[in-house]
Design a protein around this ligand. Structure first.
Ligand code: ZN
Length: 317
């Protein structure tokens, strides 16, 4: 985790009840339960229409310098009509942990699977056993993958990955991991790799375990300017795709599976903290004591949904 001398409000995943709305808001009212994607977007520009809300020409990311984070009693949401999604459940619904994953990790795991061209009958490998990787396993299974290999080393996470649909586990690293995946796939590697880490080594592994003509969907934020394994990617005709997930575009598709109990991504949360314990929650994740922490204020998080005309004002807040 990056060090900060001054401290800042972190977090960009939220679910909550609308507390107040701006004058121009059309799609929600006070009292609605809404999920907030990690990026805000107007829902009307050319990129939003193409389903790439993270490239919205009026959009941006929560928890960055320009826009406050969501570990707070209340969140002000710009472009609320295009950003927030009204959920058809009450604020005490037992599905709340799974529903909040629509704001990032489940949508991001799904994006990795889509970018990696996961389809029925395909062989898939997931690099990384964090919350996104685990949701990637859910996504791969949901899209019909026949074999799902999870690359990871944490026993609790591996156990959850298996429950989510992983068929094989590779805990080796580097060349040994590549060798092991090849053994499991008739010597060729997998059709689809979900790269959910973003490190030089994880990208090298991802490209090395993709079979010729395969695809790597990357959602781990790259920590390097250059991409490793460019040459094997070229000679094996491997597609490398992915980026920040347009999770807003995926909510409608994924929501019914959560509501009807077919997927349970909320199980990635293994620690609950109060709002004043948030730093401990992050520390536990950083030290791999927790997969993902969930913070909750006594009352549900309040949401103040700003109308589109108030964007300028809220960006300055
Ligand atoms: Zn847009």
């Amino acid at each position: 985790m990056e060090h900060s001398d001054t401290g800042r409000r972190m977090g960009h995943e939220a679910i909550g009840v609308v507390e107040a709305v701006g004058a121009d808001l059309r799609t929600m009212k006070v009292g609605d339960l809404v999920v907030m994607p990690f990026a805000y977007s107007d829902g009307t520009c050319v990129f939003c229409h193409e389903g790439l809300h993270t490239s919205c020409i009026h959009g941006g990311f929560f928890g960055t310098g320009a826009m406050d984070g969501a570990q707070a009693e209340a969140v002000r949401v710009p472009q609320a009509d295009g950003t927030l999604f009204v959920l058809p459940v009450g604020k005490d619904d037992a599905l709340m942990p799974s529903l909040v994953t629509l704001s990032d990790v489940m949508g991001t795991g799904h994006h990795a699977a889509v970018a990696a061209k996961v389809a029925p009958g395909k062989t898939v490998a997931v690099v990384g056993d964090g919350a996104v990787g685990l949701c990637g396993v859910i996504a791969a299974r949901r899209l019909g993958a026949e074999q799902i290999i999870i690359l990871g080393r944490h026993a609790d996470r591996i156990a959850l990955a298996k429950e989510f649909g992983a068929t094989d586990v590779v805990s080796e690293r580097g060349d040994e991991a590549v060798e092991r995946v090849r053994e499991l796939t008739g010597g060729f590697g997998v059709h689809s790799v979900l790269e959910c880490v973003g490190l030089e080594q994880s990208m090298l592994t991802a490209i090395s375990i993709a079979r010729p003509g395969g695809a790597v969907g990357r959602v781990g934020v790259p920590q390097d300017e250059t991409m490793s394994a460019s040459r094997p990617a070229f000679y094996n005709n491997i597609t490398v795709s992915g980026g920040p997930a347009p999770v807003r575009a995926y909510i409608e598709e994924l929501l019914p599976d959560i509501l009807e109990g077919r997927i349970e991504p909320g199980r990635v949360f293994d620690r609950v903290v109060r709002l004043d314990e948030v730093p401990d929650g992050y520390r536990a994740m950083d030290q791999r004591e927790a997969i993902k922490s969930w913070s909750s204020s006594e009352a549900p998080a309040l949401m103040e949904a700003a109308a589109q005309t108030e964007l300028g004002e809220s960006v300055l807040n």
